[in-house]
Design a protein. Sequence first.
Lengths: 425, 326
Amino acid sequence: MGATHLPSTEFDGTGMDDQLEAEAEAQLGAPAEPMVQLLAPDGTLGSDPVFSKYAEKLDPATLRGFYADMAKIRRFDVEATALQRQGQLALWVPLTGQEAAQIGSGRASQPQDYIFPTYREHGVALTRNVDLAELLRQFRGVSNGGWNPKDTNFHLYTLVLAAQTPHAVGYAMGIQRDQKLAAANAVAGGEAGQAVEPNAAVMVYFGDGASSEGDVHESMVFASSYQAPVVFFCQNNHWAISVPSSVQTRIPLANRAKGYGFPGIRVDGNDVIAVHAVTEWALEQAREGNGPVLIEAFTYRVGAHTTADDPTKYRESAEESLWRAKDPLERLEKYLRAEGLADDAFFNQVKADGDELAAYVRKTTYDLETPDIRTAFANTYVEAHPLVAEELAWFEEYSAGFADTETGQAKSDPAQAEQRDRAAQ
Amino acid sequence: MTTMTIAKAINEGLRATLNNNPRSLLMGEDIGALGGVYRVTDGLIAEFGADRVVDTPLAESGIIGTAIGLSLRGYQPVCEIQFDGFVFPGFNQITTQLAKMHSRSNGNLTVPVVIRIPYGGGIGSIEHHSESPEALFAHTAGLRIITPSNPHDAYWMIQQAVDCQDPVIVFEPKRRYWLKGEVDTETPGASADPFKAHVLREGTDATVVVYGPLVPVALAAAEAAAEDGHSVEVIDLRSISPIDFDTVTASVQKTGRLIVAHEAPTFGGIGGEIAARISERAFHSLEAPVIRVGGFHMPYPVAKVEEDYLPDIDRILEALDRALAY
């Protein structure tokens, strides 16, 4: 890589970072992994020999867009949490604190790329133009999916941790085969001038907790063996519900990539510019046929694991305060203001847009229709299935019986009673 | 008509699939140069190359999981699991991901993955090489499960599994891999529907339902019973999910007695499911309780005693005697 990286201990002036870092180093018996950082918490832009060129490409509108996205998804998170508290959602999985990791990486992807999220990637969903109200279907209990992945190349959330990682590698293996088939067809057809599909890559998200799952290991073995165009994007948010990342790994997660034979990079996950740069580089590597990359976005889940969680039982509020000081939105705001790239009018507009989104999401959530269980019968198999048909037929008859009872006709209609007896026989 | 073994028939079926379907590919451990531990994929890598006959890392969850990803990209992978007892590292991917993808995507996504699993005992092998875990998969909605008992079915069923848009597990009766039979490679004939049971021998006194490796055993038992004057109907179930209850019901309505035999343990098994369904569908036709013949409630025993564990002709005849005694 050859990049110079700022150690995480230079994040802030509280001294608490130094203490945590010292503890980590003592535990690991090795220095903490250097980390790519371009935008410091105080809003100053640093440089990096490899990644600065990606940051330099970002025009003011794009940088403002990063901020607007992060603010929008944070507002959405607040609204969804409120909807859960009000009984409108069964559960919510907050992302606050991880906005830069998600917006920065999502914005680095291209439309032809395919994204496999876990279940907290609401920010990535936003960058892929998933309707955020649709995204709430799963949490309202009206769908196990909610959107059609073919519309956005953003796959459904996967709740079995890390189960989506081999899917991502397989999808990437499919892209490799598509490219070979296309090349063979082009040669066979001799059509030199024909438009060529842009190279695509796959990006798969998982967390520090899921990194312990065997599927991550198997996926990285497959990806490396076949040099599949896949970027493993690990958001190390430091807590797998109540268990700290030190229980999942004794070394920086990014270092694991070396064992599989591909590059691993730790990036400041609260620095949207660095995350974007590193991800853009990694996706380029994958699209150009250079194989997989692991990115570890070093970030923090400021809120609870889910609305059913209680972080006060397992971590110090001082730690949360420490990370709030590294807030991804605040540092970009400082930068935009200092550079004169955004003014009060912009930030006011962002806030107004967020409130508008929240109102839209709230209204749409109320309106989400409860599906008919018949759709579950219909979607269990693609092709006709006699057992499903039989059970559906029974259900229809059973339901019809209730309808009769409601109208008071069930027992008084001899023709229907006879029909039921015949059916019972 | 060509005479070949079941192993060769599957090999030819896979060859036909690879030739006819450019989006199909094979994945598994040792399926390339070696041709699989049972040589079912023998010669295919030379013919179709390493992109379509993929020697994978030794990781069953990875095999199934990447196959799911390939299918999401429009491919139709056929995965080989080396032995029945080794499918479990991939069980999570099969049951929580593969089986549910179509449903949880509200019908937007299809994952037409095929998983081939050599199963069953009787080969004198070591631990984890002789099991019959089909009920564990049959219990999972979203999967289809079929099992051929003869070369003609083997040739066509593997191709039909690939053609099916649902995930299909093909349990291959490994001790019958070398069973020879006639294969009509021109037309499937009566085997056009892989989910339909076949009446292999007609009878009037009792019905014996079997599948996969026990089909020849049941036919031999029926022959022996005939010598004692009992007319036994034998049904090859062929599909374990869905089960063709119509064919079984019609048979029981004729014979009045039903015996279901499989190598898998009887407790919580396919036999119990058939017994329950038939007791609902043909209660008044039954002259005797449905009797199950199967493995015991124990881990598959060591090879030197597997003959005591596996249902054989005598065990089926004993069950027949009990049924006829009512």
